[in-house]
Ligand binder design. Sequence first.
Ligand code: DAH
Length: 337
Amino acid sequence: MQWNFQEIQSQAKAEADLINDPLTLEDFRQKYLGKKGLVAAVFASLGQAAPTVKAAIGKGANDLRAFAEGLIAGKSVGTASSKATEEQIDISLPGTGESLGHTHILTQTMQEIIAVFEQMGFVSVETPEIETEFHNFTGLNIPIDHPSRDAFDTFYLDAEDPSARGRRLLLRSHTSPGQVRIMKEHKPPMAVIVPGRVYRPDAVDASHSFMFHQIEGLLVDEKVQFSELKGLLTEFCRRFFGPKVIMRFRPHFFPFTEPSAEVDINAEVLGIQRKKWLEILGCGMVNPKVFEAVGYPKGKYKGFAFGMGVERMAMLKYGINDIRLFYENDVRFLKQF
Ligand code: DAH
């Protein structure tokens, strides 16, 4: 077979000049350099070639290969395989967007509880987490030898209370000291709630944490009755849990209220499989000794108070069975709310 290498090269050059897209360039490469391409055909023809022309044909094939490679390298249209790389940026795809976070489920629950009480005329006030023994205990009629004052039940700080020599500051073990602070500063009538963190040296398990949240409530006026407390909390629970909620008031003892009760929520009705009744709050009529401690005139005022656990409220409402989930910050949990 005769090969006119000059003509083949000028033909290749003319073809290459017209190429301006990667697919055509790939066709060109196949035509000259592919397994069934022209260069391969030239080499294959060597077998039948006369010994005298073999060397020339071999050289022609090699030159043609180099020439075609040079033409391909000179094209800036890219190759078919690099086209795929380029087009990984598919502008027709919607963007990935930033996903916005949201408030923590406990914050949401607190805001929801606060909103219900605000609708009923309560004002939300925050008081300090570092407290004095007076606000946390004494002012609330909790006697000096009460077990809750023990270091096993309260975190004491290595800092003396500037207002009482020899007495240490502590992390409040409940939000009730907020009552004492607010009454010391303000005269009735008042209707306040005090949301915030509280601390107790409890071992952590599915239902205990060394830090949790409470919302305290306090209403003081000249005429206040237990039936009003009952009505308020019943309406609150209906608004927070929905109308099917079933609650019970169970007599209890707290030094700062008399009489006192605890409120339990029927968990079964809310579709939660735990214990049937779950305690959510303590409440009662403000003990006259507390009014005395804050300096109110004897016998002038009556009031009621309550303190509820925020985690418990959220657990009941959303069917959460382990308090630790609130603090682990696992997004798979947090994203659900
Ligand atoms: N402070 C109580 C506790 O942490 C809860 C409580 C009970 C608050 C009765 C009150 C109340 O205001 O009247 O266990």
